[in-house]
Structure formats: structure tokens, C-alpha cells
Design a protein around this ligand. Structure first.
Ligand code: NDP
Ligand code: BG6
Length: 513
């Protein structure tokens, strides 16, 4: 069976084949993300025949690297990290068009040299080629790169045609509302919004895209998708990994900036937004912004706080002993950075008023799970009231975003036999069973969409500001409180006990994924 006939999203993409001639430049190309995700994504697009015939890749970084060496690095990273094994023939087509330019991120002359390189490649192609600039550096140099894209003229190439330059910007997009606003201003001074692709790689995950399909291509869920029927919604993004070698970065970030402000809030927005008027990128992003703006400010008062933060201590994960966060490399021995955060959010609109949304994300939890659970209200009927014959559970619909992608509906059913006894049962839809398991990686979809000029799965400037607007007061509060209120949890557990208090009225409890 071909990829296209198996996979609905690839099928949808086939109409886009033959994207215009493209030159991708990756800033920070000697880094981790480029090796683990970006180069393998480009390779897999080539395997799926989704790269245009005229395609070039340029790496850019401060350290001089000969073209040959960069080609070898790229080759080896495909070998190590690609989801599909390396086919030398396909790689050769990319390799022959791969180059490296070196220079500082604040060095205008180096940007001009890059532009000259792009023009010479374009001349060889013999056709107008769009530039896709992928900024994969630490955020401290996002601003000088954007400014120099403007000053060198790279930002304004083919400004008035579909071949205009597209700029992909990695996360984190700012560290608070003020810095996000500042970065948006810098961007607006150089680029038009249609040229900007702010990454949140969760939006590139198949099952996150499927959320829109399940909600809006079926008629059975939407009538129930409101305060009348939904009791609460829980979004869990847990990881079993610790901070690994990223302690230095993580100390400045913490779970709320690293995972909640972006990935988890995007999942929330897609789950709770109103139906968009079309699948047009702006229509979807308009609805997400409306939803994010409707979230009530967090209550930070200790007695009724909407938030819990915690750090992992040593413990056992997958049977192996792991160290506590404060013992990790690059982490301060008295760190105040949270590795777990749980939030209770209330959305003030007609659909959701009064329905709590619980969000949590943490490292060093028992398993890597991302899921969205819609917990429905119990039925009003007294026919099957709770007694020992009737083991009843509230209905739920759970979207398993990763791993074991799919969805599950929890129902109550009669146990076969002469007595009327009930038991909760599950109806599963498993992605891999239906479509096979060779699903494209998020970065494949996102790199392709940027090449195609489709911003649907990227974040608009006002979206990121709306999300920071909610989270920034929380960070200010924590900064003023120091260690106060910081909980601990044992590595390999589902978080601190204090998080169990968050569903405060005791009618809710966290789902165990
Ligand atoms: P790296 O730390 O590996 O840095 C990428 C490159 O940027 C380096 O190879 C280096 O290239 C240059 N660089 C590093 N530090 C500095 C500095 N202080 N000033 C200027 N340049 C520097 O980053 P990653 O590849 O891990 O991440 C890139 C971006 O992607 C970041 O914004 C990160 O937040 C984001 N991201 C990364 C993920 C990951 O899994 N790695 C996941 C999600 C997002 P040179 O010395 O050659 O100039
Ligand atoms: C990144 C975070 O954005 O997402 C990491 O910076 C985290 O800390 C990663 O591990 C998780 O992504 P995924 O796709 O593995 O769930």
C-alpha cells in the first residue's frame, strides 16, 4: 500500500506537490535540533517526493564548517535520527545541493555574503527561488538575526510575489508578555505577518491535527461540547525524561514556559475554541485567540490557588534510579525552577462558563503521555443509581495525542448474565491499527507547510501574546514568592500530592493515564 493511500494527511498533501523552487537556510545548523529533527525532516520529505526538484539547503553558524563536513554531519544525523532508514540515492540529491555559510548572527556582512550565496544558487537553478529561513538558534540571537535579515535585504526578496521570504522562528517566543511583545515589534519592523512562522511543534503532530477533524467532521460530539454536558476537561503532557543536558536552558524556563505556555495552551485552544468559519489559517487562528482571551486570570491566592508547582526529587523511572532536579548538570543546588506545573483554568464564555479545565505538565513522571480527556456529566437518570450491582463511571472521551495515538470512549455496559449488572467499558480507535504506524514527524509537516506558505499550524503574534498574558502574572508571583509554595514529587510519580487538591471541590480527580 502506498503512503498516500494509507495516510489521510499525506493524501491531503499530495495536491501540493511541486512546491516552488526553494532554498532553506538554517541558522544554528551545527546544533541539536537541526541534527535530530530538521535535517531528518527534510530527508523524509525527499523520500515522500514532497521537495521541489529545485531545492537547496544552506547551514549557517558562527564556526566555519566546510561544505563537505556539513554534508557529512547531515548524512550522519539522518542515519541516526531519521524515522526511515537512509537511502543513499535520495540523500545524494540533497547532498549535491547542500552548503554551509559561516558568520556571526549580528554580522551584517556575513548576511550579505549569505544573500550572495542564495543568489548564485538561484542562478544555477535558472528560476526564481523562495528563501525559507529557519531560525534554530537559542532565543538570545533571534532579534539580531531578524534585524539583519531586514538590513541585508534577505527579508524583502520577492516581497510582492508568492516567492517571498518565509521565516520560521523556533520557541521559546519570549519569556514573558513584554519580551514577546518586543519580539513581535522587531518582527513587524522587518517582516509582514504572512512571512512569519512561529513554531509550536505540537501543532505538527498528526493527532493534534486530528483533533480538528474529530471535532468538526463528526456530528456526534459537537452537540455535547459545552457546559451542559461536559463536567471538566483534563490535559496532561507528561514526560518520563528529566532535563538531561538542557539544565542551563531549563533553569531559565521551567515547565510553565517550556510546555504550558505554548504546547499545552495550544491543545487547550484547539479543544475549546468555537468552530472556525473555514479551514483558512486566519479563521482558525482567530478562534484560538478568542478562546485564549476568554480565559479568566489565574487565582493565585494560596487558599484557593489555581496553580501548583513542583520539582522532581530522586526516584525510580522505568526501574532505574534517577537523580533529583537540583542534582542535574547545569542546575543550581537551590534552584527555584518548577519541573511540574498544574493549572485550573476557567473560560468565561457562553460555551464553557463553569467548566474547569485542568492542565498539567511535568518531567520525570512515570510515562510519556499527552492526552486530552473530556469528562462528561453523569446522566440525570435514577434508573441505575450507584449500588453494588451497578459499577458506573462518568462517560469520557480521551484523545491520546502520544504515544499509542488514537481516542477512547468510556461507556457503561451491561455485564452478560441473568442479573442486571453494569461495568464501564472502553471503545478504542487506534491510529496505528487503522492507518499503519509510519506517521510523519511533526517537523516534516511544519517544514513542508512553511515551504508551501501555509501558516495554519503556526502561531500568530497575537496568539502568543494572549497566552503570555495569562502566564506572566503567575511568573511574577512566583518570582516574588521565592521557594514558598514550591512542592516536591518523587521521580516516577504522577506529581506532587498538592496537585490532587486542585480539583478543589472533591467532585473531580485527575485521570490516571
Ligand atoms: P543549540 O544550543 O544546539 O544551539 C544551536 C546553535 O546555535 C549552536 O550549534 C550554535 O551554533 C548556536 N549557538 C549556541 N549557543 C549560542 C549563543 N549563546 N549565542 C549564539 N549562538 C549560539 O540549540 P538547539 O539546536 O537545541 O535548539 C535550537 C532552537 O530550537 C532553540 O530556540 C530551542 O529552544 C528550540 N528547540 C529545541 C529543541 C531541541 O530538542 N533541541 C526542541 C524544541 C525547541 P554556532 O556556534 O555554529 O553558531
Ligand atoms: C520541547 C520542550 O518543546 O518539547 C522539551 O522544550 C520537551 O522540554 C519537548 O521535552 C517534548 O516534545 P515531544 O514532541 O517529545 O512531546
Amino acid at each position: 500500500m502506498s503512503q498516500d493511500s494509507r495516510h489521510p494527511f499525506l493524501k491531503g498533501l499530495s495536491k501540493h506537490r511541486g512546491a516552488q523552487p526553494t532554498i532553506i537556510t538554517i541558522f544554528g545548523a551545527s546544533g541539536d535540533l537541526c541534527a535530530r529533527k530538521l535535517v531528518p525532516a527534510i530527508y523524509n520529505l525527499a523520500v515522500d517526493n514532497l521537495l521541489p526538484p529545485e531545492f537547496s539547503l544552506i547551514g549557517y553558524g558562527r564556526k566555519p564548517i566546510p561544505d563537505e563536513e556539513f554534508r557529512k554531519l547531515a548524512h550522519d544525523s539522518i542515519k541516526e535520527f531519521s524515522r526511515r532508514s537512509l537511502n543513499e540515492e535520495i540523500w545524494k540529491r540533497i547532498e549535491d545541493n547542500t552548503y554551509y555559510c559561516s558568520g556571526g548572527y549580528d554580522e551584517l556582512d556575513a548576511f550579505k555574503a549569505l544573500e550572495a550565496k542564495i543568489e548564485s544558487i538561484e542562478k544555477e537553478m535558472g528560476r526564481e527561488a523562495q528563501s525559507v529561513i529557519y531560525i534554530s538558534t537559542p532565543p538570545s540571537v533571534f532579534e539580531p538575526i531578524i534585524v539583519n535579515l531586514g538590513a541585508s535585504g534577505l527579508a524583502t526578496r520577492y516581497q510582492d510575489s508568492g516567492s517571498h521570504t518565509k521565516v520560521v522562528i523556533e520557541k521559546p517566543f519570549g519569556k514573558d508578555l513584554e519580551s514577546a511583545r518586543h519580539l513581535n515589534k522587531v518582527i513587524q519592523g522587518v517582516l509582514q505577518e504572512r512571512q512569519v512562522y512561529r513554531i509550536d511543534h505540537y501543532l505538527g503532530k498528526e493527532t493534534v491535527q486530528d483533533l480538528l477533524v474529530q471535532r468538526f467532521a463528526n456530528s456526534i460530539f459537537e452537540p455535547l461540547w459545552n457546559r451542559q454536558y461536559v463536567d471538566n476537561v483534563q490535559i496532561t503532557v507528561s514526560e518520563s525524561l528529566g532535563v538531561g543536558t538542557r539544565g542551563g536552558y531549563y533553569e531559565q524556563s521551567g515547565a510553565t514556559r517550556d510546555m504550558i505556555q505554548n504546547h499545552t495552551m495550544q491543545l487547550l485552544a484547539l479543544t475549546a475554541m468555537e468552530p472556525p468559519v473555514s479551514l483558512d489559517p486566519e479563521a482558525i487562528r482567530d478562534e484560538k485567540v478568542k478562546l485564549l482571551k476568554a480565559i479568566k486570570p489565574l487565582n493565585l491566592d494560596y487558599a484557593h490557588s489555581d496553580v501548583v508547582r513542583a520539582q522532581y526529587k530522586e526516584g525510580l523511572v522505568d526501574g532505574a534510579k534517577v537523580q533529583g532536579y537540583r542534582q542535574e548538570e547545569g542546575v543550581s543546588a537551590d534552584s527555584e525552577t518548577e519541573t511540574y506545573a498544574a493549572l485550573r483554568l476557567n473560560i468565561s464564555n457562553w460555551r464553557w462558563e463553569g467548566v474547569p479545565f485542568y492542565l498539567r505538565s511535568g518531567k520525570r513522571m512515570p510515562r510519556r503521555v499527552t492526552e486530552i480527556s473530556i469528562q462528561f456529566k453523569r446522566p440525570p437518570s435514577t434508573l441505575f443509581s450507584e449500588n453494588e450491582m451497578f459499577n458506573l463511571a462518568a462517560n469520557s472521551l480521551v484523545f491520546q495525542i502520544q504515544p499509542d495515538e488514537g481516542s477512547t470512549v468510556l461507556l457503561n455496559a451491561k455485564i452478560p448474565g441473568l442479573q442486571t449488572r453494569t461495568q464501564p467499558v472502553k471503545m478504542h480507535f487506534k491510529y496505528s491499527a487503522t492507518f499503519g504506524s509510519n506517521t510523519p514527524e511533526a517537523y516534516e509537516r511544519l517544514v513542508l507547510d512553511a515551504m508551501l506558505g501555509d501558516g495554519t499550524l503556526f502561531i500568530r503574534g497575537d496568539e502568543t501574546e494572549a497566552s503570555w498574558n495569562l502566564i506572566t502574572p503567575l511568573h511574577d508571583f512566583w518570582a516574588s514568592e521565592g521557594q514558598r509554595g514550591m512542592e516536591n514529587y518523587v521521580s516516577g510519580s504522577w506529581g506532587p500530592l498538592a496537585a490532587d487538591r486542585l480539583p478543589w471541590d472533591n467532585t473531580h480527580e485527575w485521570r490516571r493515564p
